[in-house]
Design a protein around this ligand. Structure first.
Ligand code: HEC
Length: 242
């Protein structure tokens, strides 16, 4: 009986996964220890995302400290609405208005990286494409019929999906795009920018992670030192016993 239950429990997660339909996901490959990357990500976030999405669990001054900026730098470069550095990243738009503008709620992005995963976010931000049937003229292969416009089109330009049929026949196929209009960035530059932005959202999902990374090194060092003391001591205590 126990074995049966165990077996059922073990296959459950895979069932849940297959029910969601297969989507091709690219690996984000970012580096949370790279402070410059996090700073670039923060800049993209406040410039392009914070107008619609809040990050109500993130305080400006906590972010400053964590990603290696001073409060003054954050105030002059990353804050636009006259907030105080101790405030959280909220926005002026009301939930009700968002429903009218976008037909849906605009989710808070504080912990989105934990809900969706970093790779999903990285892929999502790079798979907007033209689609005349949608209200904003764009769709997204990672989040079908998304209510969000392609807010980064100035950077990326616009792309057209060219293998839609292949993708619907073989779920999990990677989307292929053709550039229809150029943006300020090349494809490689845009990928890098999205890596920075993803890194920032991962940091935001768990700000204590950066502290923990640093702490981890000290913990390991301490354990090594402890071993160097404890092992000779153990030998000394037990030497007469056998
Ligand atoms: C013009 C307003 C607007 C801007 C600016 C905007 N978004 Fe969105 N975003 C939306 C809306 C509306 C949705 C909800 C879409 C839906 O549920 O169909 C959404 C959804 C999302 C989701 C999916 C959330 C989920 O349900 O899993 C992510 C991730 C996201 N946005 C990230 C971003 C990032 C990163 C930026 C900045 C580059 C950004 N958004 C800028 C309006 C916006």
């Amino acid at each position: 009986m126990k074995k049966t239950i165990l077996a059922i429990l073990m296959v459950l997660p895979s069932l849940a996964f297959s029910a969601g339909g297969k989507i091709h996901i690219d690996k984000a490959d970012f580096d949370l220890n790279n402070k410059e990357s996090l700073q670039r990500g923060a800049r993209l976030f406040v410039n392009y995302c914070l107008s619609c999405h809040s990050a109500a669990y993130q305080r400006y001054n906590r972010m400053a400290e964590d990603i290696g900026l001073t409060d003054a730098q954050v105030k002059s470069n990353l804050m636009f609405a006259g907030e105080k550095v101790g405030e959280t990243m909220t926005i002026a738009m009301q939930t009700e208005d968002a429903k009218v503008y976008f037909g849906t709620k605009v989710p808070d992005l504080s912990v989105i990286s934990r809900a969706r995963g970093a790779d999903w976010l990285y892929t999502y931000l790079r798979t907007f494409h033209t689609d005349e049937s949608r209200p904003f003229g764009v769709n997204n292969t990672t989040f079908k019929d998304v209510g969000m416009p392609h807010v980064l089109w100035e950077l990326e330009g616009m792309k057209k999906l060219v293998n839609a049929d292949e993708m619907s026949e073989h779920p999990g196929t990677a989307p292929k795009f053709e550039q229809v209009s150029a943006g300020e960035m090349s494809a490689a530059e845009y990928d890098n920018a999205m890596r920075d932005l993803t890194a920032f959202m991962v940091y935001m999902g768990e700000p204590a992670k950066l502290v923990r990374y640093e702490l981890g090194i000290y913990v390991l060092l301490f354990l090594v030192l402890l071993f160097l003391v404890a092992y000779p001591m153990k030998k000394e205590f037990w030497k007469d016993i056998h």
